[in-house]
Write a protein that binds this ligand. Structure first.
Ligand code: FRU
Length: 322
């Protein structure tokens, strides 16, 4: 059967009335060259195959959420120049709402050139973002937050994302009497999750703002951590006291710290052959969010996250996860 068919609730009609998950961050164009082996510097190699793919963490999160049957929206900036059709058509093909995206003229679509090695499954990314402006707080304030059941932020554009999360907090305060929607985060009507992936100092300022924090292995190592449990203990010093902290380390699986301080863990589920690791972290994150937004236990959430990420690295791209 399909990879996702055994996951509780996937594709069920009960989701129709559901509020959207909003993913805020980057959409870019990934130009992927698949090679047998990673080339030597200054060599001349023929690829095995090549493809264009819509990328960017928040955009990839939406691709996976949508396949899991979750209504979702991507919120970010897009260039009106070259490649807009490709990007918009692909969002549409994946049933991802982009109604509130902000368009800019006279600037280029961010592009990643990706070398994907079949021997190891490694993905080497060279990213360029010449001049596409980031979202602003003013853009964010135009959203009707009552449409959403969850907001996920990519840990970038820190100066603007900080007041965006504060804005959500204010909204939460004025809506806290609304009934719990079953997200497992108490009374909070609109939980905020945040993913910090890049090993950069700036995003650290966002750590205390998240209800649910995802940190990558790269970022954990940047903080001087060498294991997943050390990472969770380290981050817990800076998060809200009752935050959920989640870290996935590829073939080492994932570990998470629940809001009450208890730890849960999942092994990785590697496929027979790893063919494409591009967006594996985004897949883990989206699947875990899916579970959290449905009120699954944290253990079940990271277990599902590892399973679907494992399935993803066994296939090219994201098509056919479901
Ligand atoms: C994968 C990804 C790619 C994109 C790059 C941006 O996680 O989102 O799709 O090119 O990272 O850093």
């Amino acid at each position: 059967g399909s990879v996702l068919s055994h996951i509780p609730g996937v594709g069920s009609d009960s989701n129709l009335e559901e509020k959207k998950i909003l993913c805020v961050g980057l959409a870019c164009l990934d130009i992927i060259q698949v090679v047998k082996e990673f080339p030597e510097e200054d060599s001349d190699t023929r690829c095995i195959s090549m493809r264009w793919q819509r990328g960017g963490n928040a955009s990839n999160n939406c691709t996976v959420l949508s396949q899991l049957g979750v209504p979702c929206e991507f919120f970010g900036t897009l260039s009106k120049q070259q490649h807009l059709d490709f990007m918009m058509n692909d969002f549409k093909a994946h049933n991802i709402n982009i109604d509130n995206c902000v368009y800019y003229d006279n600037c280029d679509t961010p592009i990643s050139v990706v070398i994907s090695s079949l021997t190891t499954g490694s993905r080497t990314i060279i990213h360029s973002n010449k001049n596409l402006p980031e979202l602003t707080l003013e853009d964010f304030k135009k959203l009707d937050l009552s449409q959403y059941g969850w907001i996920h932020f990519e840990g970038r554009n820190v100066e603007e994302v900080t007041p965006m999360i504060e804005w959500v907090e204010m909204w939460n305060e004025s809506h806290s009497s609304e009934q719990d929607r079953g997200y497992g985060l108490g009374h909070k009507p609109l939980p905020v999750s945040l993913e910090i992936e890049k090993p950069r100092a700036a995003a650290q300022d966002l750590i205390p703002m998240a209800d649910v924090l995802f940190v990558s292995k790269d970022f954990a190592e940047f903080r001087g951590c060498t294991t997943m449990s050390e990472t969770l203990r380290n981050l817990a010093l800076d998060t809200k006291h009752n935050a959920t902290i989640i870290s996935a380390w590829g073939e080492r699986g994932a570990m998470a710290r629940a809001h009450d301080g208890t730890f849960v863990q999942s092994p990785a589920f590697p496929p027979n052959k790893v063919v494409d690791t591009l967006g594996a972290g985004d897949t883990f994150c989206a699947t875990t969010l899916y579970g959290l937004s449905r009120g699954f236990s944290l253990q079940d959430c990271i277990f599902l996250g590892c399973q679907v990420a494992g399935a993803k690295v066994g296939i090219d791209g994201f098509v056919g996860l479901n």
